[in-house]
Ligand binder design. Structure first.
Ligand code: FBP
Length: 553
């Protein structure tokens, strides 16, 4: 296998562990804290998790290891979208497991949760694992989006565990996967399987975050990668001075990624979906907001700029989500076939006009035709509009263009508007993890094994105090049930870990809000450059602005 010189150098990098995990396995002891309660709906969650509810929060400390000496056979899966650092979670887990007892074994189930159901696995050894240290990607065992959530699936998993003598499963995933990890832990406990379950918080979207989990891994590297690219585009814009760049960034629902990139690069515009929803902004409001900035900059001779658009924004525009809902209804069942059989776009348009309410038709009518067609063509297997595929960067630039044409006709705008479009997502999900993510992930994995070794079940590996140097990080675990509340999902009440959206009264948004009017009109771009792996700590170990602002005293 040919490898790059950076890859080779990264193999040699030693990830930094929290101070209390540094003295070797024999010197790690447990401190149990208070019993916990779920963040809401305590009675309901307690009833659903009789065996795993209310357990104590735990922290590791330096001190004599008092865990039981028994052979551990651990299974691990990666679940959902890729996030930089996943390999290091597995490396940390493996190293702690082998350092505890060289006969311990680590099984990697392939392709995500389905690997566990299908019993498709490999057993890690030094030679295999060493090729993945400090590298991006999930290709070490692959990932997948199968949900592990039914009792039938749990029963199969229990059989697979029994067959291999597996004592614990580690699930590396986002809010949904960790919710399911909690449900699986309860199932295992209720059925006396003796198998433990530990979760690790992953997702570049940054929306698995709460008072216990300061951030999910991968967010640091992905946002730094996108910010590098946005900064490079901004510098090109400022050099050529002739284009407005509309840049959509990943983040299926929450806008943490867009906001972090804005804090790093200071673009002229950054939409925040949560604000759009809170202020009930319409497409016209958003268009006007962007066009105002274009006009003001044009008046200063600056016919260029940067607008950052979060991937999920259109779903947060109230009138747009009503439209999507009506379209889903309009094409439900056999009506989709009727629609598809219509011979021309004109005939389809008439069908749509007939089926939508006047309010939704008004919204539909102002969309550029390419977006109108996209809403009816790109549909998921259930026939629903795939909102994440809507090219919102093109939608807003087309609407701004039209708006500016009207302003030109009215004589208020005399500039030139030429737009280019970008979508940043896959560019960052498998980047070489930053030092932060390399260290954080390795620590999460190492810590996950300590939780297993001390017999905990239904816990999320927790590493906190993350804005301080790694030596001061705090390692421990939190019961997953503590993070749960009841939400309505697919018409049913379900216990779930709450997805964290951007808080409009939180420090990162407040900072952005205080500066955005200036950034909109002036050219205040910041060019973060590429992630640095070697060099001064203030460059290489810097956390995200989000984390720094959230932790600022
Ligand atoms: P996870 O929540 O599973 O980590 O995935 C996040 C994400 O990267 C989103 O930002 C994006 O919308 C989605 O995955 C895309 O996933 P896919 O490539 O499977 O369509």
């Amino acid at each position: 296998m040919t490898i790059s010189s950076l890859q080779k150098a990264r193999y040699e990098y030693t990830p930094k562990l929290p101070g209390m995990l540094r003295n070797g396995i024999a010197d790690i002891c447990v401190k149990e804290g208070a019993e916990t309660q779920s963040v809401a709906d305590q009675e309901k969650i307690k009833a659903l998790f009789p065996n795993t509810y209310g357990k104590k929060e735990i922290t590791f400390q330096k001190g004599q290891n008092t865990s039981e000496a028994k052979k551990q056979v651990v299974g691990v899966i990666l679940s959902g979208g890729q996030a930089p650092g996943g390999h290091n979670v597995i490396c940390g887990l493996y190293d702690a497991l082998k350092a505890t007892n060289k006969d311990n074994e680590l099984y990697g189930f392939k392709g995500g949760p389905s690997g566990l159901i299908e019993d498709d696995y490999l057993i890690f050894d030094d030679e295999y694992i060493n090729q993945y240290r400090n590298t991006g990607g999930f290709d070490i065992i692959g990932s997948g989006r199968t949900k592990l959530e039914t009792n039938e699936q749990f029963a199969v998993v229990a059989e697979v565990c029994k067959k291999h003598g597996i004592t614990a499963i580690v699930i590396i995933g986002g809010d949904d996967s960790n919710t399911n990890a909690g449900v699986l832990a309860e199932y295992f406990a209720a059925h006396n399987t003796g198998v433990q379950v530990i979760g690790c918080p992953k997702t570049i979207d940054g929306d698995l975050k709460n008072e216990d989990i300061e951030c999910s891994f991968g967010f640091d590297t992905a946002t730094k990668t996108y910010s590098e690219i946005i900064g490079n585009i901004a510098r090109d814009a400022n050099s050529a001075k002739k284009y407005w760049h509309f840049i959509k960034v990943m983040g299926r629902s929450a806008s943490h990624v867009a906001l972090e990139c804005a804090l790093q690069t200071q673009p002229n515009i950054c939409l925040v979906s949560e604000e759009v929803a809170e202020k009930k902004m319409s497409l016209a409001d958003i268009t006007n907001y962007i066009a105002d900035a274009v006009e003001k900059r044009a008046a200063k001779g600056m016919n260029f700029g940067i607008a950052v658009i979060p991937e999920g924004v259109v779903e947060f525009v109230p009138e747009f989500s009503v439209l999507i809902h009506e379209i889903n209804e309009l094409l439900a069942g056999s009506k989709a076939d009727e629609f598809n059989a219509l011979p021309s776009w004109e005939a389809k348009y008439a069908f749509i006009q007939n089926g939508l309410t006047k309010e939704s038709m008004d919204v539909f009518a102002i969309l550029p035709q390419a977006i109108q067609q996209q809403l009816f063509l790109d549909r998921d297997p259930h026939g629903n509009v795939q909102v994440s595929l809507i090219e919102s960067e093109k939608l807003f630039s087309a609407m701004v263009k039209e708006n500016l044409a009207a302003r030109k006709a009215a004589g208020t705008y005399k500039g030139k508007f030429s737009a280019l479009h970008h979508f940043l997502g896959y560019e960052g999900r498998c980047a070489f993890p930053s030092n932060f993510d390399s260290d954080y992930c390795y620590s999460l994995g190492y810590n996950a094994f300590m939780l297993i070794q001390y017999g905990y079940n239904g816990y999320l590996s927790k590493v906190s105090n993350l804005s301080a140097p790694a030596n001061e990080w705090v390692a421990g675990g939190m019961p997953i049930t503590k993070m749960m509340n009841i939400e309505r999902r697919h018409g049913e009440d379900k216990p779930v870990i709450k997805k964290a959206l951007v808080e409009l009264d939180g420090a990162p948004f407040k900072y952005f809000e205080a500066h955005r009017d200036e950034w909109a009109v002036e050219t205040s771009f910041v060019y973060p450059g590429a992630i640095q792996y070697y060099g001064p700590a203030e460059v290489c170990d810097a956390t995200t602005k989000t984390l720094a602002l959230e932790h600022a005293k």
